[in-house]
Structure formats: structure tokens, C-alpha cells
Design a protein. Structure first.
Length: 249
């Protein structure tokens, strides 16, 4: 079935709008509670949902324009032209954390405990990446396939395009994977380094914090790393330079 699909890098706002629609469809069918961390629906009506999607499109396009390392690729059906899958790869040709671990913010949430909770989780996700991936690398930030087009090789196409970019400049790859995605990524040469759980405890937590912790705490994820092409070709893991053994190349 993958022969029916092709992959293209997004260069326009319209393309990114279609990409956001795929991300929403993928994470709301079935519903993944953690998606609220990134794309909260601040109300119960269809108009609230439409407003949230519009905000997400504007935000991701603005972020993409201001980040030269951001690359969104999307898979499309060559028959219908429909966008059916997407992946965002961050291509860092130098240490993106030279100034230290960033303090991530979530201004798409109104000020309050929900925003504080979201920021706590986001910073827990990025701390290992910022601590270990201080060499040039490609990081997979998002991967989504439309529910109607799953199990047709689309995720493999989107993985391949990012890995090819990494191999061309001979850098490592990084991602945070769900348990469901882990077997696929292992087929593409990724190694699971450790399983990351999330600390949602807070002394004297408010009711709103506890509600967020109950509804939006993600399941554990796997920190996954792929050696650069020249290292992998050696075929001896004991000679690889793992993220925790950083130093001067």
C-alpha cells in the first residue's frame, strides 16, 4: 500500500494547516489524554474545538517559521491528494543546548495550575534530550498517521525520510517513543536507552492540579537513540559513543 503514498516537505502555511488536522485526527481517534498538554480545548462546544484547532495551526506555523531546524514532512495519497500522515524532524547541525536546558513554557494554556502542570510535564520530557543530545543530531518531535490510513506503511515512509537526512550529514537520531511505537523504531535502528515516567506529585496540590494529573499525565515513554551512520556501520555497539558518554569528538 505504501506505493500509493509519497512524502513531501511542507513549505507553506496551507500545508502545515493540513498537517495539524492530521495530528488532531490521529490523537483524538482514539483519544490520547496527553494531547491536551499541547492542544487544549478550552470549552465543551464545537466552536471551542474549532478555536483550538485554529490556535494550533497559527502557533505551529509561527514556531516553524522562527526555527530553522524545524522540518515538517507529510505523506499524501497520490490518488486523492489528501494529507494522511506527518512527522516533524528537528535537524540540529550543532549543539542546540549550548546555553543549557531550556525552560519550556506553554502560553497556549491560560495562566493557572493547568499551565503549570503542562509546563512541568514538557520540561520532564526534554530534560534527558537536553542533557544527552549535545552533539549534532536529528530528533523526531511528532509522528502522526490519520486513523483511516493506518497500517499502510506511512509511518515507515516518514521515518525513512528523517533517517535519510541524518545519514546524509552523519548524525545521531533521538526520539521519545510510546510503548506501542517502540517495536517499529527498533526496526529502523533505534535503541531504547531507558523508560521515562512522569512525576505529577506536588506538595499541597490544588484540586485543579490533581485533576490535570489524573487526566493528562502521559504514560511512560522510552528514550530512544540511533547511532550515526558511520558508527553503526562498524557494527560494534561497545565502540559507539552513547549519549551519556559525551565528550569531544
Amino acid at each position: 500500500m505504501s506505493a500509493r503514498y509519497a512524502v513531501r516537505e511542507a513549505t507553506t502555511k496551507q500545508e502545515l494547516c493540513h498537517i495539524v488536522e492530521v495530528v488532531w485526527a490521529a490523537n483524538y481517534t482514539p483519544y490520547e489524554p496527553f494531547v491536551q498538554l499541547f492542544f487544549p480545548i478550552l470549552g465543551a462546544t464545537s466552536s471551542h474545538r474549532e478555536a483550538a484547532i485554529h490556535e494550533a495551526k497559527e502557533r505551529l506555523w509561527t514556531q516553524h517559521q522562527h526555527d530553522p531546524s524545524s522540518h515538517w514532512w507529510y505523506a499524501f495519497d497520490k490518488v486523492t491528494g489528501e494529507t494522511v500522515g506527518t512527522a516533524q524532524w528537528i535537524i540540529s547541525r550543532c549543539n542546540p543546548f549550548a546555553e543549557g536546558i531550556p525552560d519550556l513554557k506553554a502560553p497556549w494554556w491560560p495562566e493557572g495550575e493547568a499551565r503549570n502542570f503542562c509546563e512541568s510535564i514538557l520540561n520532564q520530557v526534554y530534560k534527558p534530550r537536553a542533557s544527552w543530545m549535545t552533539r549534532p543530531h536529528c530528533a523526531l518531535n511528532w509522528m502522526a498517521v490519520h486513523p483511516a490510513h493506518r497500517r499502510r506503511g506511512i509511518a515507515s515512509l516518514l521515518l525513512t525520510v528523517g533517517i535519510e537526512q541524518a545519514d546524509q550529514i552523519d548524525v545521531e537520531c533521538w526520539m521519545e517513543s510510546s510503548g506501542m511505537g517502540k517495536p517499529l523504531y527498533e526496526k529502523f535502528g533505534f535503541h531504547s536507552l531507558l523508560k521515562l515516567g512522569f512525576d505529577n506529585e506536588k506538595p499541597d496540590a490544588s484540586d485543579e492540579w490533581r485533576k490535570c494529573a489524573h487526566e493528562m499525565t502521559p504514560p511512560p515513554v522510552f528514550a530512544m537513540w540511533r547511532p550515526k551512520k558511520t558508527a553503526a556501520a562498524v557494527g560494534k555497539p561497545e565502540s559507539w559513543k552513547f549519549p551519556w558518554s559525551l565528550g569531544v569528538e
